[in-house]
Write a protein that binds this ligand. Structure first.
Ligand SMILES: [Ca+2]
Length: 658
């Protein structure tokens, strides 16, 4: 059908086309700068202009001078996938990032072949720089992963994932891949310091710039200056510190805005602010259901602020649902440059909405995934669906570990929770109690996405659905799928189409060993067995690491316990313990809790000798009577020495240091 203007008199049609024209192409040097601010784990009701308790005058002013979205969404309910969607405008599974990634366990990372905002802008004459958290895969842990440089950033300064050991005086920042060493101050201020230095020293006045600031705050472990924390409560109160990190970040952003103003670039800079997922503190997501990690609104509805004095009429509140998936096409639209060719973008160009220059139409519903579940937004409705792939997570063991943590923490439970429920606390921050921390690590590992699940996900369709009407039920309490069967069926079909498209595009990340085994199998004769040698031990160790610690053991009685069990082993078993332990230390020199790792290995070998009694001792193993427990039980000539020489001394030291 011909556009209506073709049927209008020429002059009128010209006038109309001028009025409706998108942002005209501007010469490269007049193009607006772009500054994106993505914070970590900040909720919908945290900051001032979203009715939150934290004082954020800088963000409030940007919102007042720009467009503040009330229905804005992160790319996913957790870090890595959210960031992959942010940079590419694509559903994160397409880009290779299915879930939160950890280089120790995952091959997945943001595929080098993806086109990022940085690459698009660089192509169009922009200088590009990244500051802060990355969490999209780095070349660590022997991974051959791309760096921010490979994703279009000329310059980068940041951390692989979170700052170590907390936001205060972090030690693990990298500048263009090189370690910086310990830095003084707080992460958000350090990140802005570097951006200001870049502006002063690296900026070419003729080029527009793209600064991508991904703050680590308010992600756990939290830290903020006392004088700020004290405005929100006691210096040791977790919620007060949490608020302090957000307040501190606002002050850091204020320094950046002041700098832009000073160099005369503020009015021609597009500033975008959002959070990478909902808060881990339920109340900071306000009336929304769910929090970080959840596909309910609390997991991904976040603040969304767009400011550009020269290009976006300000002072507006926008109710249209939108999200960071829209950033790449929106920036192309606002600046007047081409979107990447031959790339399926899941997001839509918000420029007509922001500039008021035309009508906005989303080309594909907003769609989020987490693990084996997904949610789609159409109008006021959200449709939840689980994939027909069975969840491979062992929830029984997870529940048992949580119970164990409760027991271990005892009277300290409330203090350690700091206002969070235990389930959230298991995923956020570390416990002061080392044993609880060890159980937490074990618990978390159960939930790590495993690349071996991908083929099953690719084969699966959509199972049971839930339907919510946000116009009447923002808290998502009433599932109306049964009341509205036709609508539910129609939306399910639509969601299935998107899911199929995403999973068809998404890479498999095959395990090289499994690939080799499958290849061998397809050649016939020999059954597909894993290659012998080191990898066998690595697999064995992975199995051992998943075992619970024996009852009767805790970090405080480590040495007597080890001595007792060692005394009961046959000489060849002691040698075996020594061999496996040596390999464990070689493969995983930075293991978080060497004492626990050693005891798991010990238990594994000891169990090989027979049944394990309820106290965790192998039956038939001689244990010293209680009244003789102080005596040295391992005969001097036994190979206990070989174990001690590789482990016990450093074990003791590391155990006592926490
Ligand atoms: Ca996050």
């Amino acid at each position: 059908m011909q556009p209506a203007s073709y049927r209008l008199p020429l002059l009128l049609s010209l006038l109309l086309s001028l009025w409706a024209a998108p942002t005209p192409e501007v010469a490269a040097e007049q193009r607006p700068n772009v500054v994106t601010l993505y914070v970590d784990d900040l909720g919908y009701r945290d900051i001032g202009c979203y009715d939150g308790p934290v004082k954020t005058p800088v963000l409030d002013k940007l919102a007042a001078g720009g467009v503040r979205f009330t229905d804005f969404h992160s790319g996913a309910p957790t870090c890595s996938p959210s960031r992959a969607t942010f940079l590419t405008g694509r559903q994160h599974c397409r880009t290779g990032v299915y879930s939160v990634l950890d280089e120790r366990f995952h091959r997945m990372h943001l595929l080098k072949s993806e086109t990022t905002i940085a690459e698009v802008l660089k192509e169009n004459g922009y200088a590009t720089a990244h500051f802060g958290k990355w969490h999209l895969g780095m070349p660590v842990q022997n991974r051959d992963n791309p760096t921010p440089s490979d994703h279009g950033f000329d310059y980068w300064f940041g951390v692989v994932n979170g700052p170590g050991r907390s936001h205060k005086n972090p030690t693990n920042f990298l500048r263009n891949g090189k370690r910086v060493g310990e830095m003084k101050g707080y992460s958000c201020q350090i990140v802005v310091d570097e951006a200001l230095t870049w502006i002063d020293q690296k900026r070419d006045g003729d080029e527009p710039f793209f600064l991508n600031l991904w703050f680590n705050e308010p992600h756990d472990p939290i830290a903020a200056p006392d004088e700020i924390v004290s405005q929100y409560g006691g210096l040791n109160q977790r919620e007060a510190i949490y608020s302090g990190t957000i307040d501190n970040t606002d002050r850091a952003i204020g320094r950046l805005v002041a700098k832009l103003e000073k160099i005369g670039e503020l009015d021609n800079t597009i500033i975008i602010y959002a959070s990478d997922n909902g808060s881990y503190l339920q109340k900071r997501n306000g009336e929304l259901r769910g929090k970080k990690g959840s596909l309910f609104e609390g997991g991904h509805r976040v603040p969304g602020i767009f400011y550009w004095k020269d290009g976006i009429p300000g002072g507006r509140v926008e109710k249209e649902p939108a999200g960071v998936v829209d950033l790449l096409p929106t920036l192309c639209g606002l600046i007047g440059i081409d979107k990447p060719e031959h790339v399926h973008l899941d997001g839509s160009d918000l420029a007509p909405l922001l500039t008021g220059s035309g009508s906005f139409k989303r080309h594909q519903p907003l769609f989020w995934m987490a693990g084996t579940s997904m949610v789609m937004r159409v109008g006021d409705h959200t449709l939840f669906a689980s994939s027909t792939a069975k969840s491979p997570i062992d929830f029984k063991t997870a529940d048992r570990l949580m119970e164990q943590v409760k027991e271990v923490l005892g009277d300290d439970l409330e203090k350690e929770l700091g206002g969070m429920d235990l389930r959230s606390r298991m995923f956020n921050g570390k416990f002061a109690n080392p044993e609880a921390n060890r159980l937490r690590d074990q618990h978390r590992r159960l939930f790590y996405f495993q690349e071996s699940w991908i083929p099953e996900l690719k084969k699966s369709g959509l199972g049971r659905v839930q339907l919510y009407d946000l116009s009447k039920d923002l808290g998502q309490q009433n599932d109306i799928a049964k009341e509205r069967p036709e609508l539910a069926a129609r939306l399910k079909k639509q969601a299935a189409t998107i899911y199929r498209s995403v999973m068809a595009d998404a890479p498999e990340w095959p395990d090289p060993e499994k690939l080799a085994a499958a290849k061998k199998k397809s050649h016939g004769n020999t059954p597909a067995r894993p290659a012998p040698g080191k990898s066998d031990t690595a697999r064995l160790l992975a199995r051992i690491d998943r075992n619970p610690l024996p009852k009767g053991y805790d970090g405080n009685n480590h040495q007597p316990y080890v001595d007792r069990i060692m005394a009961g082993l046959k000489p060849e078993q002691r040698v075996r313990v020594g061999q496996i332990w040596k390999e464990k230390r070689r493969l995983n020199p930075d293991m978080p809790n060497p004492g626990a790792s050693f005891v798991r290995i010990l238990t594994h070998v000891a169990e090989g000798a027979g049944e394990v009694d309820p106290a965790g001792r192998p039956s038939g193993v001689k244990t010293p009577a209680d009244n003789s427990s102080r005596q040295k039980v391992a005969p001097a000539h036994e190979p206990k020495v070989s174990v001690s020489s590789t482990g016990n001394t450093s074990l003791k030291r590391r155990l006592s240091s926490g």
